[in-house]
Ligand binder design. Structure first.
Ligand code: SAM
Length: 254
């Protein structure tokens, strides 16, 4: 029998390490069930098991979600960055990327854009869940996931596999995925600096303190644009970054 104290301790550890606030009775019950059904209870010096991470994360995503962000990226941000006298790649981070739809949406927009950019473009997706990162690397999606793409885009860039659609290699845009925790300083040191960070629909699961920690990391590793979801932490983003006067008001600059 798993004690309430053990479950509460584990929920606290999850909050401290990966940011997700699990304060509802249903969260407690879910994690208790996981342990009772043979799920691993990690000792303090062991990482949180990936099945547990999958259990407590919400991976909902789809192609072209909040598509006005991609319009702004292609029509305003890229032309500006492309005009800079730099021979290095334009670097974009999707943190978190879930199963890859956001990163591939950017890549597909670049493939379809009327203008070729001089600078090369790198899109890196990170997510704490190894399961979704594996899925992103495979690039196989359900009809639901691609519902917002036009039939022309689907036929040009996907092959039909049974009931799913697998994305074809996108030559010309470097898209990469990596599993990692946004609160891991070593990961950030390895990732380096970015021109654009997309961080959509993750901060809603964190508390204020964790969001501040995350935004501090972004500030250190960003020289450019921060794009967050409409329900994310706008209060602190506004304090730490400069809001841009776009239609939706959820784009910030360092
Ligand atoms: C709802 S999805 C958002 C995906 C995409 N950005 C979008 O808006 O469609 C939230 C993702 O955040 C990831 N996540 C939660 N905590 C994380 C952390 N500490 N580090 C990295 N990823 C995390 C989850 O695994 C999940 O895939």
């Amino acid at each position: 029998m798993i004690s309430d104290a053990t479950v509460t301790e584990l929920l606290k550890r999850i909050g401290k390490e990966i940011g997700i606030v699990l304060s509802r009775q249903s969260d407690h019950d879910r994690v208790a069930r996981y342990l009772e059904n043979g799920g691993v209870l990690p000792s303090k010096d062991r990482p949180l098991p990936s099945e547990l991470i999958t259990l407590v994360t919400t991976n909902e995503t789809y192609f072209e979600r909040e598509s006005h962000h991609f319009d702004y990226l292609l029509n305003t941000i890229f032309p500006e960055l492309d005009n800079e006298a730099s021979s290095s790649a334009i670097r974009i981070l999707c943190a978190p990327c879930s199963s890859g739809e956001e990163a591939y949406s950017i890549a597909l927009r670049i493939m379809e854009h009327s203008r070729r950019f001089v600078r090369s473009i790198e899109v890196i997706g990170i997510d704490i869940s190894e399961e979704v990162i594996d899925k992103a690397r495979v690039g196989r999606y359900s009809q639901r996931s691609i519902h917002a793409l036009s039939p022309q885009i689907v036929s040009r860039y996907f092959i039909h596999e049974e009931r799913d659609y697998r994305i074809l290699p996108l030559h010309g845009v470097d898209v990469r995925f990596q599993a990692g925790n946004v609160f891991d300083i070593a990961l950030w040191n390895q990732l380096g600096r970015f021109d654009v960070i997309f961080s959509r629909n993750m901060m809603i699961y964190f508390d204020k303190e964790k969001n501040r920690e995350l935004l501090t990391r972004f500030k250190e590793h960003l020289n450019g644009y921060l794009i967050i979801g409409h329900a994310d932490d706008h209060l602190q983003s506004r304090e730490m970054f400069t809001p841009l006067r776009t239609d939706k008001g959820n784009i910030y600059h360092t």
